[in-house]
Design a binder for this molecule. Structure first.
Ligand code: DAT
Ligand code: MG
Length: 159
């Protein structure tokens, strides 16, 4: 393991669940070679929303953001792999789907900043991944296992 074991927090937001995009999101991440080590369907309550989005408290869009994220179930996930946090952010695309490149998740499935399908920990905020994982998951909900294709994803693993 070592440099393949970075973990990041990912969430299929309420719009993704309602629009049947959870499978697409999971498919893209798992086909990239990232490993799903934890997942659950939950409906986020006010307290959890405020904690998760604490950095945005006081901004003009904060109340709408909390209302949206608590409005319907989400799928919370932990994905593991080399440079996982930054790689997932790249696959997500820009925060505003209207600006996101085609080929990214937001660029392929969204049009509106307020409903942008997916959350991933910010790779430019050190510790955000661990903090968000701890907020949504207990340690015993996260699994440690090998994917059989790992030697075909990472060159330094023996076949
Ligand atoms: P990201 O989700 O790409 O990490 P962020 O952390 O800056 O983006 O903001 C969190 C969410 O808040 C974002 O996914 C959508 C919403 N949001 C951000 N900026 C906004 C704005 N200017 N107006 C409305 N909603 C916004
Ligand atoms: Mg963010």
């Amino acid at each position: 393991m070592s440099h393949h074991d970075e973990r990041t927090f990912v969430m299929a937001k309420p719009d993704a669940v309602q629009r049947g995009l959870v499978g697409e999101i999971i498919s893209r991440l798992e086909q990239r070679g990232l490993k799903l080590v934890g997942a659950k369907c939950i409906q986020i309550d006010e307290d959890l929303a405020h904690e998760h989005y604490a950095e945005h408290e006081g901004k003009p869009f904060f109340e709408d953001l909390v209302e949206f994220i608590t409005s319907a179930p989400v799928v919370a996930m932990v994905w593991e792999g080399a440079d996982a946090t930054r790689q997932v952010r790249g696959m997500m695309g820009a925060t505003d789907p209207a600006e996101a490149q085609p080929g990214t998740i937001r660029g392929d499935y969204g049009l509106d900043l307020g409903q942008n399908i997916i959350h991933g920990s910010d790779h430019e905020d050190p510790g955000a991944n661990e903090r968000e994982i701890d907020l949504f998951f207990d340690e015993d909900e996260l699994l440690d296992y090998d994917r059989t294709d790992e030697p075909w994803v990472y060159e330094d693993e023996t076949h």
